[in-house]
Structure formats: C-alpha cells, structure tokens
Ligand binder design. Structure first.
Ligand code: FES
Length: 569
C-alpha cells in the first residue's frame, strides 16, 4: 500500500469485512492489485434514456476509466438519479435536491477516494456538485456537452429558444402545425444538452469558470471526439487530485463564486444559475446572497449565443469557448484555485478567438451592463431577478396595470381568451409557482403572450412571478419573487387592476397599493391546500428554502465530512 486512503476502510482490511468488500467486487473480474491501496475513483453517472441530454455519458464514462487506469487508479462507475428536464413532471427542479442527496449519500457510503461527476442536463450539474461538496472528497466535472446545432430548412435553430418562437408563431397563425412538428427532428440532431446558452451550458460554463472541470469542458460538442479525450484526461487528473488531496472546499471559495457570477453575465447565462449558485454556496459554507449576484450587473455580454444572441454552442466552441471568455474577463477575475491546482487565470493560457462575431472582446461587447439584475421592493422584500440581455430594453422601466393568474391552471384556461382584458402594456402576474407552491418552482415564468396580442404582433410583455424560466427563454420576465405567494409573500396579495412599477436601473419592483389595503388583503389570505401529502414531495414542501436562499432543503445546507463509523457487517 502506498498511503492510507479513505478506501482503505473498505478494501484495506485483512478481516471478514475486508474479505466481503473485496470478494464481492471481484465477481466483476477485478484482479487483486486493484485493491492494493491505489486511489479508488467513483464515476457518478446520471446517464439515462429518460434524460436524453445525458445519453452520451456511458461512452464518456469509458473515457474516464481509461484515464483512471492509466494514472494508476481503480475506476468504479455508479448510477445516481437522473433528471430529464424535458421529461419530468411536475418539474425536474423538484428533484434537484433529491439527486444531491443521492450523490452525497452514495459518495459517503461507498469506499471511494475521489469522484468524477458525469452530468449535463440542467439540474444534474448543480445537483451533483451540491452532493459532492457536502462530502468534500476530491471531485471533478465532465459534462455531456451540447448537441450539434439544430438545422431546419437551411437555418440553424436552437433548442428551447426556437421552440418558444415557433410556438408563438403557430398561435399567431404565422406557422402551420405541420411545419411546427416537422422542425422537431431538426432541432435535436445528436446526443447532448441544449445547444443554446440554456441552463445546461450555463452551468457547464460556470463549472469551468469556477475551475471545477478541465478547460474547454463547457462547449465541446457532445459528439466531438475531443470530448472523449477530455474525459480521459479528467480520469487521469482525478487520480492526481486524490494524491494532492485537492477537494471542492479548496476550489469552491467565495472567489470562485464571484468568478462564476462574472462569467454568467459575459456568456448571457441562465437565470437558473442564481438558485444553483446560492444552493451550492450554502453547501460549502460560502456566504453568498442574492445581492452578490449584482457583482455581474455591469459586466458586458460577450457571447453571442441564443437566447441573448444569435449563435449556438457549436459556434461558441469553434470560436474558442470559455478560455476566450475567461481571457476577456481576466482583469476582473478573482484569484481562485482550480482542479488543476493552479489559478483560474491558467484556463485562459493560449486562448485565441477565432470568431469575434461569436465571442466579442470586452471593449467591444454585444451589450453593455448585461448581467442579471436583482429587484426589490414591497412586492419582493427578499428579491427577484431579471435578465436584461434577454429582455426588451424599454420594458425594463415600466409601470402599468396588472392582470393576475392565480395559478398555472388559471393561466392555461384563460391566456387565449379573446376577451382577456389586457393590452401590450399590461403586466402579467402568475402566482403559486414558487418552490412550495407548485411545488418545485417550475420554468413557467415566461408565460405565453395572450393570443389576442400575439395576433397583433406583440412578442414581449412584462411578466412577474415566483416561478423560474428556462435558460433558453427570453423576454422581460421577472422571476424568483421571494417570498413566494404560497409562503405568504406579498405576491399573494396582488389583484387584477393593481399597478406595478418595475425599474431595472433602480433595482425596484413595487406594488402600488397602499399598506392599509394590503393589510386587509393579508388578513383574508389563506395558502392553497398542499398538492402533495406524502413521500419526497412532502419532505420538499415542508423543508424547502425560498429562491433567494437557493431552494435547497433546510437540513441539507452545509457539509458532513466525518468518516463513516458504523460497520455494515
Ligand atoms: Fe436537458 Fe436542455 S433539456 S439540457
């Protein structure tokens, strides 16, 4: 044996327990020397055919194994819950914390010394990072990688972003249903995650900005052979990280989170990054609040990818990917350690931009001051967010009457009514879609434009809710209002005909109703009866934190790095 490792408590013992741990593993054909004290590397895999975005991860796991064996480690792959964003009901976000628990407990319970996190689809990357951070053994990310660009009738089309556009075009009568259906196959042409800068590519980009994966991991297409090579190199590196005892807590420092916030602004990243970063910070004990998201507010938009721009992740990769972005941000980036052991600035070494229309220079950006804005006021005492890069500029300063949908059923039943009393100036409000309310805080905040206005050519309106929206979506959409309506937040008190004032420049979200009237409404308010009364969903509703705290479960914040003491045999 070279060194006592965590795995020695399982496989290094010359007694009955050691016999049992080794012998049962040997039924897979592993030789004696696999148990000679070498680092045992878990490969935590979210592969699933129900998570199509992660369907390439079995192949990548083989690449990781090659690297682990080459570096003198012993790779063992294990499955965890997979979260297929487009397939799960009521919403994959309901299960992010369940995946995080699965990852945490799997890592803790098994005799592994380090872990490679194979994820991709929206909630899988944050869920895996949260779980691994709470055990705090060496960990590194390999992402699925984006799908190839969507192609339809000679044009590039982007996952999600063009679905919303096509859907509105059908409702407006500008696109036939047959054409709409025909575009499906062209949109998803290969394995991989959404190829827009949606939540999956945002989280992969932020994992790179935080130094939790090897450089270039975010943008290499899922089917590019270089991604397999990156998996191989990651397998080699995790063995070294175990030797160096380089843990998530060494990497996920306050500085790393600040770098992620800066990078999120520059790439035009998803609003969902906010809840994921806040939850992850809570796991590693970094003080990060919603206010800190404003660190990125003045950062310009550099990456010209949908939904904030026009290109797709394949173009971003060929233009140079995240190393170029980090190079452009180098004067802003905080010093922070990465999985390579050095500073994040090394990720930009040798970075060269091959297409300035796709990745703009810092001093010639696509849009100035494009980072997420935090809004506060009597409608959102604990904050709300808006993404200016995906919004209509003139609507970011707006005051108008509101039309209220009490819940998602109300929205679906009435949004296409011809007599809906709305104008292009109306502010649409949706309640009951926060963490506790739906539950799970689904991506419904970008509610559809009422059909009668779509027919008039309206494509954006101010929308306010306690929901999230897809990272692929766009519009002047104010999200994550906290506290949510179901928790008794002021959003619950809004009524059709009230007025709301929004000012992104002032960071304000105000309900223009006097306090006496609000007190009357508050006294009469009752929460909805819970939709779920048993199982994980009940646990979630009972313990979930509000959006401004990352929507983690209250008992999962922090970490537990103690050795597992009780024996199973
Ligand atoms: Fe999985 Fe977009 S739905 S990445």
């Amino acid at each position: 044996m070279t060194k006592t490792r965590r795995s020695a408590a399982w496989y290094g013992k010359l007694d009955k327990d050691g016999f049992i741990h080794r012998s049962w593993m040997k039924n897979q054909g592993f030789p004696d020397h696999a148990f000679d004290g070498r680092p045992i590397i878990g490969i935590c895999n979210t592969w699933s055919e129900l998570t199509p975005c992660n369907s390439g991860l079995r192949d990548l796991a083989e690449g990781v194994k090659r690297g682990v064996w080459e570096a003198g480690g012993f790779p063992v792959e294990f499955p965890v819950m997979s979260l297929g964003e487009t397939q799960m009901k009521p919403t994959a976000m309901l299960f992010r914390n369940l995946l995080a628990m699965d990852v945490e407990e799997s890592i803790r319970a098994y005799g592994i010394d380090g872990v490679v996190l194979l994820g991709g689809c929206d909630k899988t990357t944050p869920g895996q990072l949260m779980g691994a951070a709470s055990v705090d053994i060496p960990a590194i990310v390999v992402s699925s990688g984006p799908m190839l660009n969507g192609k339809w009738r000679g044009k590039d089309i982007g996952s999600g972003t063009d679905v919303w556009k096509f859907s509105e075009a059908v409702r407006a009568g500008d696109m036939t249903l047959a054409d709409f259906m025909n575009a499906e196959s062209g949109m998803s042409r290969s394995k991989g995650v959404c190829m827009t800068m949606g939540t999956a590519s945002t989280m992969a980009s932020l994992a790179e900005a935080m130094g939790m994966c090897l450089p270039t991991n975010a943008a290499l297409p899922a089917v590019d052979a270089r991604r397999m090579a990156l998996a191989h190199l990651t397998g080699k590196r995790i063995v070294e990280m175990v030797e160096e005892d380089l843990k998530p807590s060494d990497i996920l420092t306050r500085a790393a989170f600040e770098n992620a916030i800066l990078a999120n602004a520059a790439v035009g990243g998803s609003t969902n990054a906010v809840v994921h970063l806040l939850a992850l910070a809570g796991r590693v004990g970094v003080e990060l609040s919603l206010k800190d998201i404003e660190i990125g507010s003045d950062v310009p938009l550099l990456v010209n990818c949908m939904p904030s721009g026009q290109y797709l992740m394949e173009d971003f990769c060929y233009a140079g990917g995240m190393p170029v972005v980090l190079d452009e941000l180098s004067h802003l980036l905080r010093r922070a350690k990465t999985v390579l052991g050095g500073d994040i600035s090394a990720y930009a070494d040798g970075a060269e931009c091959f297409n300035r229309d796709v990745i703009h220079a810092f001093d010639a950006p696509l849009k100035h001051a494009a980072g997420l804005r935090v809004l506060r006021g009597n409608l959102a005492p604990d904050g709300a967010i808006v993404k200016p890069s995906a919004a209509t500029d003139r609507l970011l300063e707006h005051e108008a009457e509101v039309y209220v949908f009490e819940n998602i059923e109300d929205l679906k039943a009435n949004i296409d009514r011809d007599d809906l009393p709305v104008t292009p100036d109306t502010i649409l409000v949706l309640k009951g879609c926060g963490p506790k309310g739906y539950p799970g805080m689904p991506e419904v905040g970008n509610m559809p434009i009422p059909r009668k206005l779509v027919a008039e050519g309206v494509r954006d309106m101010v929308r306010v809710s306690d929901a999230r929206m897809s990272g692929t979506a766009f519009g002047t959409v104010i999200l994550h209002v906290a506290p949510e309506a179901q928790a008794g937040g002021p959003l619950a008190l809004v009524q059709t005909g009230d007025r709301i004032r929004v000012s992104a420049s002032e960071g304000v979200l105000e309900l223009l109703v006097d306090e006496a009237e609000l007190s009357k409404r508050r006294a009469a308010w009752q929460p909805d009866p819970p939709h779920y009364t048993r199982g994980y969903a009940k646990l979630y509703v009972d313990t979930v934190l509000q959006a401004d705290k990352g929507a983690d479960l209250d008992f999962l914040t922090g970490k537990d790095t103690r050795p597992v003491t009780r024996e199973s045999h």
